[in-house]
Structures are given as C-alpha cells and as structure tokens.
Design a protein around this ligand. Structure first.
Ligand code: 4NP
Length: 163
C-alpha cells in the first residue's frame, strides 16, 4: 500500500479538498486497493469539524464525495506516510519541525510538481474566499501527483500493490 497525506493549516479548506479530489482520481483508476489517502492540519482549531462550506460546495459541483472528511491535527506518527504533501511553505516548515530529519525527504509542496507553474503555494481560501482558484490548482496538482506515484511505484490501473 502506498500512503499519501495532504496537509494544510486548518484541515478544513485546502487539504480536505485535495484528499477528496485525489481519492476520486484514485477510484477512477481502480487504484483504491493500492493507494491510501488522508489529510491533516498543522493547527488544532477545527479538530473534529467537517470541511468549510466553500470546500463542500466546490466538491459537490464537481461530483466528488465529501462524506467522512473530519479535521484532525498533524502529529509525529504521520511520519508513516510515504508522500506528505503540503499546501504551502509554512505547512512544510511546520511539519519539518515535528518530523525527524530522516523523514524530511517525504515532505514537499503539491505545486512543486507543477514545473511550468511559478505559483508554488496553494492560496488559503479561508482568507481569500476564492475556492474555485484553489480547486483548479488542487485538481491539476492531484493529477500530477497520481502520475508521479504510479511511476514511482510501478502501479498500473487496478493494481493491488502490496496486498
Ligand atoms: P486551510 O484554511 O488551512 O486551507 O484549512 C484555514 C482554515 C482555518 C484557519 C486557517 C486556515 N484558521 O485560522 O482557523
């Protein structure tokens, strides 16, 4: 099983959007048995809450399931994930403070994968209110991430890697 964790600040806007969007892509490619997905926030203010209404609305518009998305805080045990995907540079810094340096190589920003894009941080819609802009970035970043994971782990559609 390959495991992927998306991380933002509050775990109510960007990272649950990425979790749900990425999971839908994994399901579309019949890779649910091979790739496990979760999300967390570096902050604890919204622990136990459902995503922000803006995130729920944009997922609904795009026919992406949002049930079971409940905010939790990032913690040291999350070092077990193979890919730890930050939404912005501050999330990345905060996680590296918590994780031993041997795990730092697993941490990167989603938009680091978008070679052609100069924007490397997913803007925080909690402050900007622009959930569409975030969805567009998350959507293309998640496609790129799935391709990378398939290549890194030699996964083919319907693969049951590690089972
Ligand atoms: P997120 O957005 O990191 O994309 O979930 C935020 C949500 C809540 C807060 C900050 C960012 N907050 O300060 O409560």
């Amino acid at each position: 099983m390959v495991s992927v964790l998306f991380v933002c600040l509050g775990n109510i806007c960007r990272s649950p959007m990425a979790e749900a969007t990425f999971r839908a892509k994994v399901e579309d490619e019949n890779l649910s048995e091979a790739i496990e997905v979760d999300s967390a926030g570096t902050g604890d203010w919204h622990v136990g809450k459902k995503p922000h209404e803006g995130t729920l609305a944009i997922l609904r518009e795009n026919n992406i399931k949002s049930d079971d998305l409940i905010a939790r805080q990032f913690h040291g045990e999350d070092k077990k994930y193979d890919y730890i995907v930050a939404m912005d540079a501050s999330n990345e810094r905060n996680m590296k403070k918590i994780l031993d340096s041997e795990h730092h190589g697993k941490v990167f920003k989603l938009l680091d994968l978008m070679d052609e894009s100069r924007e490397k941080e997913v803007p925080d819609p909690y402050y900007t209110g622009n959930f569409q802009e975030v969805y567009d970035l998350v959507e293309s970043g998640c496609s790129r991430l799935l391709n990378k994971i398939k290549k890194d782990n030699q996964l083919k559609e319907g693969n049951t890697y590690g089972k």
